[in-house]
Design a binder for this molecule. Sequence first.
Ligand code: FE2
Length: 212
Amino acid sequence: MKVQIKPGFLFPTQFWTAELKENIEKLQNEAYLIQKNDMVGVRKSNSGLQGYHSKDIKDLNNLPGTNQLVKQIINAVNAIHQISRQGEPQLTNFWINISGKGSSNTPHTHSGLTYSGVFFIKVPKEMKGGRFLFYRNFNEADLMSTENMGLFKKGYQLQGYDYPINTILPKENMLVVFPSWVPHAVEINLSDEERISLSFNFKLNRTLSGFK
Ligand SMILES: [Fe+2]
């Protein structure tokens, strides 16, 4: 008797993208202003001498473009959450990344939070490297699945779930939101131009009426 094989999926992970219509030039100028007012910044996942990571931005008074962007991000994350869940996510923090040639962000998670994401403010015209990477599992990405599972057949059309790493090609005005536990990284920027993004975290306010 022939056995019928039924393929299934283990834990597909949702993420969300949106194209916003923000004033990119204004946001670029404000990002450089943030850097000028706090040249040191902080060291987190940013790697390389040209990798700037600002402190959390607390004061939006002189940053009208960033203020507008943050409002749009709050709207988008609320809309994402309301598709299937009750309660209201609260913005916990956000910061600017300015990545010059040779800089990257090493793989990490934002564990303990609910939604994290990135908005691309400046993408080099000739983008070399600098892609946003999602990892299914850190260990798997280290081993490369071909070592464990063999090479793919010639002619087989690869699907998203066949890869240990999925990549996002950054585009100016693109918003990417993902669950905070998903491991992610940014490839080394090999372009001469800088790459600028705003990153953020949201946490679910569990005291809201939906949970009473
Ligand atoms: Fe991150």
